[in-house]
Design a protein around this ligand. Structure first.
Ligand SMILES: Cc1cc2nc3c(=O)[nH]c(=O)nc-3n(C[C@H](O)[C@H](O)[C@H](O)COP(=O)(O)OP(=O)(O)OC[C@H]3O[C@@H](n4cnc5c(N)ncnc54)[C@H](O)[C@@H]3O)c2cc1C
Length: 455
């Protein structure tokens, strides 16, 4: 149904993206921690990892300073801030050391922006993907036993996790094509298949994965697959190799290719019961996409700061680089792009808080299609204004670009999200066209004529 102008105005009037006083305080404290505790040591940590890799040593264990930063963040109450208001409150009080309830998506969005300024910060605050998404799944869909065995150690930072959905053998943008199997056998479920881009699989503490597999090919399209909690030390699970994303291993989490051969688990390992993978995937990815996008706003903001700094201090042809050619306008356009994207993400977060994932599908896909591209554009400008240095490891920009570029694919490629937005946009027109069509005529479009389901 199309909204009248008056209805639209009243909805706009109700919009409130302002963080609560508690969230504003947490956001300021997270920012101060990133600026004073993480950023000064981050280049040294990255050099240490690169050095170990160059010498052929094991580069995956994070340096001790990462654990020290985690302990300090936790002591200051800056731990597990992603835990959602409502169903995450009890755990937030136990494992979020400021002792308060979970934050709304709108409130956490402001925090996530600050963590996005540094590659390491999300891990330091125990707010990194894919652990946050996996913890939310265990929180919403896990049995009390699964929560005790896996959610609590994850919230405590004692173990890490991976998400095993994408497969090398099929176009995984369309999650209905997943070929790996989760076969029911008596009281067991048996997992077989090959997954890749399993983020987190490189961490030495990665102990558990959430695996998506085909259980019932005869069921309806979105009821065939199950999600299963799989211990990575179970017989038959092998991390075959670690992948690079535009040349980055992204230690200490990384992205693995993982095979599962005859992995037998009790059927109680299936999350929420067989056939519910799509429902779980939707619940997992709504808030997770807001987190990703707000972190990218922080990353773009940081990149723009570096660009302005460099362009104001480096001189070519007798002028600061900022004043050459169209650079002032390009920087101004980057400012506008970041601010516009932030408002778009805040709107999606507000929709998630006010109407839930069902009512916010278009808004969540809008940000997932828009923000990674915006971040790529801003970081690309920052690289360009840094000249050759921008491509080197002396600045964080090349790695930032790889991260933002990856997010045009991870959690579903841009095109799939644009398909979701188009479906919501065109649905009322298709309904009206169908109603107006003469009896017996085939309408030009039907409400269900686009196939995309955000994965
Ligand atoms: C750094 C990184 C981290 C990742 N982390 C994880 C993770 O932790 N767990 C996990 O399971 N996966 C992860 N992924 C995988 C990611 O989610 C998939 O790569 C993505 O969903 C696309 O699937 P695919 O690679 O099979 O591409 P395909 O499905 O083969 O698609 C290829 C291309 O086809 C085009 N296309 C597809 N659908 C449409 C459409 N409807 N309309 C128009 N064009 C279309 C798009 O251009 C798309 O990029 C990660 C990926 C990266 C790069």
């Amino acid at each position: 149904m199309l909204l009248s102008i008056a209805q639209q105005r009243s909805r706009v009037k109700d919009m409130d993206f302002a963080p609560s006083p508690r969230a504003a305080d947490l956001t300021a404290r997270v920012r101060a921690f990133v600026d004073t505790e993480i950023e000064p040591v981050e280049p040294g940590i990255l050099r240490d990892v690169a050095g170990r890799r160059a010498r052929g040593e094991d580069a995956w264990p994070p340096p001790a300073v990462v654990g020290e930063l985690q302990a300090k963040a936790r002591q200051q109450g800056l731990w597990n801030l992603f835990l959602p208001a409502g169903h995450g409150d009890a755990y937030a009080a136990r494992f979020g050391t400021d002792g308060g309830a979970g934050l709304t998506t709108t409130d956490y969005a402001a925090v996530a922006e600050q963590t996005g300024r540094s590659a390491l910060a999300p891990l330091v605050f125990n707010c990194n993907a894919p652990d946050t998404g996996n913890m939310e799944v265990l929180l919403r869909y896990g049995s009390p036993e699964q929560q005790q065995e896996w959610l609590e150690p994850l919230l405590d930072g004692r173990v890490r996790s991976t998400f095993l959905m994408t497969e090398p053998g099929v176009a995984s943008s369309d999650a209905t094509t997943m070929e790996a199997t989760a076969t029911l056998d008596g009281g067991d479920v048996v997992l077989d298949g090959r997954k890749w881009w399993s983020t987190g699989a490189g961490h030495p503490d990665c102990r558990v994965g959430i695996f998506m597999g085909l259980t019932d090919p005869a069921a309806h399209r979105h009821g065939q697959h199950s999600m299963v909690v799989v211990p990575l030390q179970a017989p038959g699970v092998t991390v075959e190799r670690m992948l690079t994303a535009l040349g980055q291993y992204d230690e200490p989490l990384g992205h693995g290719e993982v095979t599962l051969r005859g992995v037998r688990l009790p059927s109680s390992a299936i999350l929420a019961g067989p056939g519910r993978a799509f429902e779980i995937a939707q619940g997992r990815l709504g808030p997770g996409r807001v987190h990703h996008c707000m972190r990218l706003i922080g990353l773009a903001e940081k990149s723009l700061e570096l660009a302005c700094e460099r362009a104001s201090t480096r001189v070519a042809f007798g002028k600061p680089i900022a004043n050459l050619g169209g650079n002032r306008e390009r920087l101004a356009r980057a400012r506008i792009a970041i601010n516009s994207a932030r408002l778009l993400v805040q709107h999606a977060a507000w929709k998630l808080d006010t109407v839930g994932i069902e009512g916010a599908q278009s808004e969540v896909s809008e940000i997932k299609a828009a923000v990674p591209q915006m971040a790529c554009d801003v970081i690309d400008l920052a690289i360009q204004l840094h000249g050759g240095g921008g491509m080197s490891e002396d600045f964080p920009l090349a790695a930032a670009y790889a991260g933002a570029r990856s997010l045009r694919l991870a959690d579903g490629p841009d095109e799939v999200h644009l398909g979701v937005v188009a479906r919501h946009l065109l649905r009322p027109y298709a309904v009206r066209a169908a109603a107006a069509a003469p009896a017996g005529a085939t309408p030009a479009a039907t409400p269900a004529s686009t196939p995309e389901v955000a994965r």
